[in-house]
Unconditional design. Structure first.
Length: 297
């Protein structure tokens, strides 16, 4: 059993914290809003500030929407940094800017503490099932210390390299996911407008070389029109912004990533920022003047 801080109890953070409590850890909690009563009832302790969380724990985990929120929680007034003592570990499991992450790590290191960037993939379903993929950057000693915590939240856990490498891996993941969603969406819009049953087309493709987890899960969402958010378009747009900003810095061309970003932006302009990212298909349907249909035609 360990004393763990957890800051950020949204769609992903709450089930991740629940799994840590189930694993027997004592959790000290802080959220942008109030700490969910169910977590307190399960044994968690609500804290008034991020500083108070850090003071009472050996490891502090953050799971926040974007880089500015992580910076504020770490280094703002009553932030985590004010409550740290040498030997503690800070683990950021948000998906944020890799370059800023390296700066955050240097500042935490200067306090005599270790910093791990450990973004996740798997969405709300993976968070609830404790089956997340966790991509970790940072010192090996801290990674090994934190491994029991990661194992309570995920299955595929990899230390990629030094600080920032975890976030870089997550950006790469989000490029692949976005472009695969775009490919599945194009294929199903094409098939449906050509007169085929999109549901049966998807089923047929699942048995061939085009099969993928995204065709399986998000292809079904496109056919059944199930666009309630598992991972919001606005969050994926944020991740692709990180990719494109990094590409400009590195002098790398990411033409298809830019196209996927424009399709997400089209959805957001239609009021779809809170749609699931599989709803990228709606932008392609708008351009095709055709909505995917399933069943006999």
């Amino acid at each position: 059993m360990a004393d763990i801080g957890f800051i950020g109890l949204g769609i992903m953070g709450r089930p991740m914290a629940e799994n840590l409590i189930r694993a027997g850890h004592r959790l000290y909690l802080k959220s942008g809003r109030s700490v969910p009563e169910a977590l307190v009832a399960a044994g968690g302790t609500a804290c008034a500030t991020a500083r108070a969380v850090a003071e009472r724990t050996q490891v502090v985990i953050t799971m926040l929407p974007d880089t500015p929120q992580v910076a504020e929680v770490l280094f703002g007034a009553d932030g985590i940094a004010e409550g740290l003592e040498p030997g503690k570990i800070v683990i950021d499991m948000s998906s944020i800017d890799p370059i800023a992450t390296k700066d955050f790590a240097r500042r935490i290191d200067a306090l005599g503490c270790d910093y791990l960037d450990a973004p996740v993939s798997g969405g709300e379903v993976g968070a609830r099932a404790a089956s997340l993929t966790i991509m970790v950057g940072g010192p090996e000693r801290a990674f090994l210390t934190a491994m029991p915590l990661f194992e309570a939240m995920g299955r595929n856990i990899t230390r990629v390299g030094g600080n920032g490498d975890g976030q870089t891996t997550k950006v790469a993941n989000q490029i692949i996911v976005a472009l695969t969603i775009e490919a599945v969406a194009e294929a199903l819009v094409f098939a449906s407008k050509a007169g085929a049953d999109a549901g049966r087309v998807r089923q047929a493709l699942m048995g061939g070389f085009a099969a993928s987890r995204i065709l399986e899960v998000h292809g079904e969402r496109m056919v059944t029109r199930a666009f309630e958010a598992g991972f919001r378009i606005d969050l994926h747009r944020k991740d692709l912004n990180l990719a494109l900003q990094g590409a400009r810095t590195l002098g790398v061309a990411l033409p298809n990533t830019a196209t996927a970003q424009q399709l997400f932006t089209t959805c957001a302009a239609q009021g779809g920022g809170d749609w699931d990212h599989s709803a990228m298909v709606r932008a392609l349907e708008l351009m095709a003047a055709h909505e995917i249909t399933a069943g006999p035609r």
